[in-house]
Every structure is written in C-alpha cells, then in structure tokens.
Design a protein around this ligand. Structure first.
Ligand SMILES: C[S@@+](CC[C@H](N)C(=O)[O-])C[C@H]1O[C@@H](n2cnc3c(N)ncnc32)[C@H](O)[C@@H]1O
Length: 370
C-alpha cells in the first residue's frame, strides 16, 4: 500500500476543463446563478466526484455547504444530502435553491409580488445606517418597498433571495468592486471594468424586475431536472451541530484561512433581511488574518469538523475535500481527525473572468477513517 508521502498528487485531465469545454453558462446553469457567491466550486466537479466516490442512491454530507452546490448536484445526481453552514444567508440561499417548490405556487407568488411592486404598492419603512449609506435614496425606497411585499407568501425565501440579489446590484459600489466594496461611490467614476465613466446606481426597480423573472425561470428549469430525494439544510457551527444519521460520503470545499469573509460578502442581505450574524464562529475568516495563532485556530476548527464527520461515515465511506492547500495544512488536519489519505489528485483551474481571474491548481484529497 502507498505511504502518505508516496501519494503525490497527479494532474487529473478529466477534471481540468478549459473554458471551451465548460463555458460559464454551463458552470452557472439553472439555480447555480440564483445569487452571486464568492468561493464556490463548480457543479461539474461535484458531479464527477459523486460518480467516483459515492454509491448510487447514497447519502452525502457537506459540512461547509456555502451556496449549496453539493446539495443541488445531489438532487440532480439522485442522492440524499445534508448541508451545514454557519452563515444564515447561505442557508437561506440553499433552501431557496433546494426546496421542492410547487411550480404554480412559485409562479403565482413571484408574479403577485412583482405586480404589486409595479403598481407602487408597499411601504418603505425604517432602515439601518448601513442601508442609508450604501443605497441612493430611490434605490433604497425601491428595495424597502419590495421587502414589504414579501409578506407571508409561501415562496418568501425565494422572494428574499430576489431582494438580496437586487440589493447587491443596486449598492453604491463601482462596477469593478462588487465583491468586497470599500466605500460608497456617490459620484461618477472611471470604471476599470467598462473602460468608461460610469455613474453610481440610482434605482433598484429594474433589478427587482429582472431578477424576479430570472429566478423564476431558473427554478423552473431546475425543477424539471431534480430527482425526488431528501435534502436538509442545517444552520449552525459544523464543529458542534449533531449530525443526523450516517453518510456514504462527505464532499466539501472548506473555507481557507484569510481568504474570504463569508458573512461580510453578503452584508446587504443581513441588513435588509434582519438575519442573525454568527461571523465569530466562521472558520478561517479573512478578518482573522493568517498569523500563526490564526492558522492554528484554523487547523483546530477544521479538525473538529472532520473528526465529527468521520464518526458519521458508513464503514466504506470517503471524505472528499477540494482545497488549494498552499500552506500544506491538510496532512496534519487529516492525521488529527483520524483520517488516512487514500487518494489525491489535482485539477487545473483556469478562471478567465472576474477580478480574481488567473489560473491555479486545486487538490482533491480523498481520505478514509483510519
Ligand atoms: C469554500 S465555502 C463552500 C462553498 C461551497 N462548496 C459552494 O460551492 O457554494 C466554505 C463555507 O464554510 C462556511 N463555514 C465557515 N465556518 C463554518 C463553521 N464553523 N460551520 C459551518 N460552516 C462554516 C462558510 O460560511 C462558507 O460558506
């Protein structure tokens, strides 16, 4: 049997799609583009990992489920799934994507809220200092008015995601800085993305309209593909949540130290929707930095999660982790979690667009209980 050191990672050409093999519209098909999310993996990778490492009809867990790529793909691949995330907005987004919506109810709710919005119904109501700072007056009124129309529609999670997506586009941010905006942009500015002078956004009504209809179309097209399988979203800290039952595999991409703040990237949604903020329990948040104590807290955190996952695995179950482990932290994490590396491969990632464009390698670590 190969020793841990001999498990050099080999480049897996079958997972190293070029832009031509796998264009953006395929990577962001149906619900995968319901709302932007920084730090997700692509559904085609998850599909192939399921094919290789999960028995047909099995049950998978993603303890860092994020925007729900694993759960959505599980529904498409005919698997049961459970996803955990510490960030309330991510859980809301996952529920909107994976709930088994009645298509008639969904269409009715979205069109009803939109029609009332177009007729000028709804009230703006009170707003937080953040909302007053980051939206122009008309955009703010549009968003708050749409919020008041969500009410108790059965499809309210979907309508809340529409509101969040419209808010994201309507913030007073320069077009080239949508991921991590620094300060509100209140004057016209030179736009590096469009290479011309752009003006800050003044209204949000066109975004509400566009995203309401786009969301409806995306959910309907996923509704035709998904299989009837169980799916559960759990909101909380994967270190301490009780795991429901046994799993045939864990498939996940963990946060990486110092890279992304998963609550902060959707701050507008927390502010507008009044969601609870558990950022202090985020593992590896960018705000915590990459000092030695921060890295050791990260190792501790991921180790606790994987150790809990290990004890919820069936006898032949695998833990499949997608990570760009530049700091070589995972050999120690796996060892301390009671896992043994069984296979390891690399894929070439070629990101052609966006501010974080460029190429890099991502590793897939397949491990099993010792
Ligand atoms: C790399 S992202 C996962 C993205 C996901 N694979 C996707 O495609 O959308 C890591 C996720 O871990 C979550 N996270 C961080 N600390 C956590 C904790 N203590 N418990 C559960 N989730 C946590 C973050 O909120 C983030 O959504």
């Amino acid at each position: 049997m190969a020793t841990q050191e001999q498990l050099y990672s080999t480049l897996d050409l079958d997972l190293s799609w070029s832009e031509r093999d796998l264009p953006e519209r395929e990577r962001t098909k149906h619900v995968h583009r319901l709302h932007p999310y920084l730090g997700k993996y692509i559904p085609q990778l998850v599909e192939e990992l399921f094919r290789r490492h999960v028995p047909a009809g099995g049950r998978v867990l993603d303890p860092f489920a994020g925007s729900g790529t694993t759960l959505v793909q599980a529904l498409e691949s005919g698997l049961d799934s459970v996803g955990i995330d510490i960030a309330a907005f991510n859980c809301l987004l996952m529920r909107a994507k994976t709930d088994a919506h009645d298509p008639f109810r969904l269409e009715h709710d979205i069109r009803d809220a939109l029609a009332r919005f177009e007729r000028g119904e709804g009230r703006a109501g009170p707003s937080s200092a953040y909302v007053r700072t980051w939206f122009a007056p008309q955009a703010r009124r549009d968003l708050l008015r749409f919020r008041s129309l969500i009410g108790d529609h059965e499809s309210r999670d979907v309508l809340r995601v529409v509101l969040a997506r419209a808010a994201r586009s309507a913030r007073l941010t320069p077009h080239f800085d949508l991921d991590v905006p620094r300060a509100p942009q209140t004057e016209p500015y030179w736009c590096h993305k469009h290479r011309r002078i752009c003006r800050p956004v003044e209204r949000a009504d066109h975004f509400v309209r566009r995203y309401a209809l786009d969301t409806l179309a995306r959910l309907k097209s996923f509704g035709r593909l998904r299989q009837r399988r169980d799916v559960h979203v759990l909101h909380g800290d994967a270190r301490t949540l009780a795991l429901p039952g046994l799993f045939d595999a864990i498939v996940t991409s963990p946060p990486y130290p110092g890279l992304i703040d998963y609550h902060e990237q959707h701050r507008y949604a927390y502010e507008l929707l009044g969601l609870g903020d558990l950022r202090r329990q985020e593992i590896g948040a960018a705000a915590a930095g990459t000092s030695l104590p921060a890295l050791s807290a990260y190792v501790e955190g991921i180790t606790s999660v994987l150790a809990a996952c290990r004890s919820a695995l069936t006898r032949s179950g695998a833990v499949v982790i997608v990570v760009n482990d530049r700091r070589d932290l995972y050999p120690e994490i796996l060892e301390r979690s009671g896992l043994r590396l069984a296979e390891r491969y690399r894929r070439h990632v070629n990101r052609r667009t966006g501010r974080r464009s460029g190429e890099y390698f991502e590793e897939i670590l397949v491990s099993r209980p010792r």
